[in-house]
Design a protein around this ligand. Structure first.
Ligand code: SAH
Length: 528
């Protein structure tokens, strides 16, 4: 179809929130999911782009002192993409209409006769102070708040007494003001604010990298040396409340504050680790290296399950089902239940589970393994093959050949490994990969050997060992760690308990110990 005959598209001017990716609205996420094109800049948390799975991504980022994409050109991109029939999201930091030029872009669209919608966002003017423990209004302390651009100080525009008109408010919040701080302070004192007026600067508000300094009009300029944009300036009595209300940037509450952690879990499972890390103050860089999918051909699995069901006393049948991963459990039972069976059919068959997360997965189906944790492959093999003539069904992936299969066969046990789920290589996320290669990550975490292999295959001209050398490398257990070492990677941390909780515990212990000397958990030494 010729473009000109297509219906014009639609532009959503979406507020991305101030930085923490959870501070976007539900509607904002919905728009990103539907988008054909996303036009974004640096203030929006770029991890939000993961919601826009099928969109063309256009970076119009404006970095201080770098060449910005001119506003007229941004307007032109929006008009052109919408005229071509696309659903366009213009993703903006904070709220699109608070010094976000959302109004200008909307006008350009209105003039072009194109439909648009505005999806408000949480502005940094309110959120950054809130995350620093500073409410912008407070009864008996501040009845009014003004949000002011700090940029116009150099304009000398006599028509716009920009500070004077706002100076009547109790609380002043300046955006884009860090570069003009000395001038702003001078103006405020000249206009009658006491030099003792409390002032706070909040950089990177609501991100795990948030930084705050507080002082007064008299001393804030000298205290501001380490503060860089983006930052807000808060002036007024409410700043004093931070002393009692500081909640976010506290190491006692968020012991991993500011730590950047590479999360290589599969796409479908990355979120859980990221959320747990975020609660501790760490920022996840999600770079899924694999995808976990159902098998293309479930025939062999169906046959195996049918054989299992027939096993109650009769051949062909199994004495054991051994699960070596939580994925094996969940994909096995999805298939099992989809075929119309229920778990009572398994009465009489013994269940084995390797690793705590596998045991947890089994227990979520109301099933306890027939032996107590912790399981390792040799222990598992020893236990099963000690009973003569055992027949074992072993659900596994297309990629991993669990070492327990060989161990069991060596001991004369009959094992049928059946492919239950597929591990596929994931397309590398360019933003997360760039963050890793540019050294914007402190710790790399690995949950499986396939995670390591997947990441290695994403690198073009450097080895994984080279890329990981400056980082701390943390593995969930000895098998993953051994794979890493075989690739020439120095492993700094091995979780004592081979679960996400265990991995996080290892990170916490290492971080508490000063984050500098590589720490190997005691059990890892014992297991090698
Ligand atoms: N529309 C945005 C503001 C854009 S103007 C909003 O509503 O938040 C850019 C300015 O916003 C920056 O110079 C800085 O003053 C402020 N800003 C944006 N994100 C910030 C953050 N995470 N922490 C502190 N200030 C921020």
């Amino acid at each position: 179809m010729a473009l000109s005959s297509r219906k014009p598209g639609l532009v959503y001017l979406v507020g991305a929130g101030p930085g923490d990716p959870d501070l976007i609205t539900l509607r904002g996420i919905e728009c990103l999911k539907q988008a054909d094109v996303v036009v974004y800049d640096r203030l929006a948390n770029l991890s939000l782009l993961a919601h826009a799975k099928r969109a063309e991504l256009i970076d119009v980022g404006k970095q201080p002192n770098r060449h910005p994409v001119p506003q007229t050109q941004i307007n032109a991109i929006l008009v052109e993409k919408a005229q071509a029939g696309n659903i366009v999201v213009r993703l903006k930091g904070g709220d699109p209409c608070v010094f976000g030029r959302g109004g200008e872009e909307a006008l350009a669209l209105a003039e072009a006769g194109l439909p648009f919608e505005i999806v408000p966002g949480i502005t940094s003017a309110i959120a950054a102070p809130a995350y620093a423990g500073i409410p912008v209004t407070q009864r008996n302390m501040s009845c009014s708040v003004a949000i002011i651009t700090g940029h116009r100080a150099v304009d000398n525009n006599p028509q716009c007494d920009w500070i004077g008109s706002a100076a009547g408010a109790d609380t002043l919040v300046f955006l884009m003001g860090i570069g003009n701080l000395p001038h702003l302070v001078e103006q405020l004192i000249r206009q009658g604010r006491s030099p003792d007026t409390p002032v706070a600067l909040v950089e990177q508000g609501t991100r795990t990298t948030q930084k705050t300094v507080a002082g007064t009009l008299a001393n804030i300029v000298e205290r501001s040396v380490n503060i860089r944009p983006p930052a807000v300036i808060i002036v007024g009595e409410v700043v004093r409340l931070r002393e009692s209300l500081r909640w976010f940037d506290r190491v006692d509450r968020r012991p991993l504050l500011g730590l950047r952690v590479l999360n290589t879990r599969p796409l479908e499972q990355a979120g859980e680790l990221s959320r747990r890390l975020a609660l501790l103050g760490a920022e996840s860089v999600e770079l899924p290296t694999t995808r976990i999918m159902p098998v293309d051909n479930p025939g062999p699995l169906n046959t195996a399950i049918a054989g299992l069901v027939a096993s109650n006393g009769r051949s062909p049948g199994y004495d054991w089902i051994i699960f070596t991963s939580a994925n094996a459990v969940s994909f096995f039972f999805k298939r099992f239940l989809a075929l119309g069976y229920d778990v009572r059919t398994l009465a009489g068959i013994k269940l084995g589970a390797a690793g705590q997360s596998t045991i947890d997965a089994l227990q979520s189906y109301g099933l306890n393994p027939d032996s107590s944790p912790p399981y390792t492959s040799p222990a598992l093999a020893a236990q099963i093959s000690s009973q003569a003539g055992q027949r074992v069904l072993l659900p596994c992936s297309n990629a991993d050949w669990p070492d327990v299969v060989d161990l069991l066969r060596q001991k004369g046990t009959t094992v049928n490994p059946v492919v239950t789920y597929a591990i596929q290589a994931a397309e590398p996320d360019p933003i997360a990969l760039a963050a890793l290669l540019k050294g914007q990550v402190d710790v790399a975490t690995f949950i499986s050997a396939s995670g390591l292999n997947g990441l290695a295959s994403m690198l073009k001209d450097r080895t994984l060992a080279e890329v990981l050398a400056p980082l701390t490398v943390a593995c969930i257990g000895p098998t993953t760690a051994d794979t890493a070492r075989a690739m020439g990677i120095r492993v700094d941390l091995v979780a004592q308990k081979h679960t996400l909780d265990g991995l996080i515990d290892a990170l916490l212990t290492w971080h508490r110990a000063g984050s500098e000397s590589p720490a190997v958990m005691p059990e890892a030494i014992a297991l090698r």
